[in-house]
Structure formats: C-alpha cells, structure tokens
Write a new protein. Structure first.
Length: 250
C-alpha cells in the first residue's frame, strides 16, 4: 500500500509540476548563483589602500569561496534528486529544437554549479593564505601542491567558466521571458507552485548531458590555454650569470 501511494505521488509530481524538493533546490541554487555573481563582480573592484580596505577584500573573497562550496553541495543534491525524481517532461515536445536547447541550457547551468566551485577550490588550494574558506576542514588539498603556475591555470579556468555561465544564464532568462509573455504557458508555474497540465515524465536526455559535458570540457581547455605565465622573479633578472664577474664597487 505504501509503495502504491509513493508511486502515485511520484507520478503526479512528474506529470504536472516539479515537486517541493526540486523547487526548493532550484530556487536556493538560483539565489546562491546570483549572490555569487554579484559578489564576484563587486569584490574584484574593491579598493585595498589601507588595512581596513584589505580586510574588507579578504572578507568578501572568503564569503565568495564559502558560498561557492554551498553551491557545489546544492549541485550534488540536485543531481541526486533529479536522478530519482526526473520531474515533468516538456510542455511542447513537438518543438524539438527548442526542447533540445532548453535541456542543453539546463544541463550547462548544472555543470556550472560543479566546474566553477571546483576550479575555485583548486585555485585556492594552489595559492593558500589568501582569504580562507570559512569552514573547519582545512585550506589545502593533500594531492595539490602550492604552485603559482597551477593557481593561474585554475584562475583562468574559473574565469572562462564564468563566461559560459553568463551565456547559459542569459539563454535561460530569455526562455523564461518567452514562456511567460509570448507562449503564456505553465512553464514558470511548474517551478513556482508545482502546477501545470499533465505531461509524461521527463526522460534522461543523455545526448544533452554529453553535449553540455563537451562544452564544459572546451571551457576548461580554453582556460588552460589562456592562462598567463607566472611573472618572473625580479631577483632572477638582476642576478649575474654564472661565471660573470661581480660589478665593481668603489
């Protein structure tokens, strides 16, 4: 009897709107991502001319890093919940190109919740000592040495990943506007209140997952290729060559 009730509840959630857990995870992730974007844009422009301003910069970066780890945890929860509860299928399955693009954008945004926090943590571990993460589990990874070259690579991957996030987020918001004001369908209502017309449950759409993974692999590769070289040590530039006579002294 219990299994039947659970099956009916799952079928109802999958055939009309998203269930309460999926909706809560979606809106928590949306708020966290928007907060991270806003904080990220502000913190890189903060002045650091005295101790008070430097402390403010450290605090902003620490909050950004810590919130990023929260987004990573939300991504893991969303993936796990989505695997068990796929949610409703598309409202307009006949619009194949639009449906495929919507799935790709969704999976790309989910990938952003993985790649951006991970690249940020790796960058933090490769360059420890600046703006600690606000948690009790340490500030470095045992398998990753502190290395300026690695830190620059992970920082570059983080930046390029941000560009892909902006593109996917822009497409997602355009889709919301289209469904709300042009199509006037129940797309937004399914995520706000869990209501909508009955539709078959969503499929796995592995092709979309693979394309999104390929986009993120390309973003990581681009970040690696665009990473700057470490600045040379100024003392190496002025050190005499081996065997050269030292400069004369008076």
């Amino acid at each position: 009897m219990t299994d039947r009730r659970e099956h009916r509840r799952a079928g109802k959630a999958g055939s009309s709107g998203y269930d309460p857990v999926a909706r809560a995870l979606h809106w928590l992730a949306a708020l966290a991502i928007l907060a991270l974007i806003a904080l990220g844009l502000v913190m890189v422009r903060l002045p650091a001319t005295d101790e008070t301003e430097v402390a403010r910069v450290f605090r902003a970066y620490s909050i950004h890093k810590t919130l990023g780890l929260g987004v990573l945890a939300l991504a893991a929860l969303r993936i796990g919940w989505r695997f068990r509860h796929p949610g409703p299928g598309p409202l307009h399955p006949d619009r194949r190109a639009e449906t495929a693009l919507a799935r790709l954008v969704h999976n790309t945004l989910l990938g952003a919740m993985l790649v951006l926090p991970v690249s940020g943590v790796l960058r933090h571990s490769a360059a420890p000592g600046f703006a600690p993460i606000l948690w009790p589990l340490g500030q470095s990874l045992p398998f990753l040495p502190a290395d300026e070259r690695l830190a620059l690579i992970f920082a570059s991957v983080h930046q390029v990943s941000g560009w892909l996030l902006f593109a996917a987020l822009g497409l997602h918001l355009l889709g919301v506007v289209k469904h709300r004001f042009i199509d006037r369908d129940a797309t937004l209502a399914r995520m706000l209140s869990g209501t909508g017309p009955p539709v078959p449950p969503a499929g796995r759409a592995m092709a979309s997952v693979l394309v999104a993974a390929a986009l993120w692999a390309a973003a990581v590769l681009a970040g690696y290729l665009l990473a700057p070289e470490p600045a040379p040590d100024p003392f190496d530039l002025i050190a005499p060559a081996d065997g050269a006579a030292p400069p004369p002294t008076d």
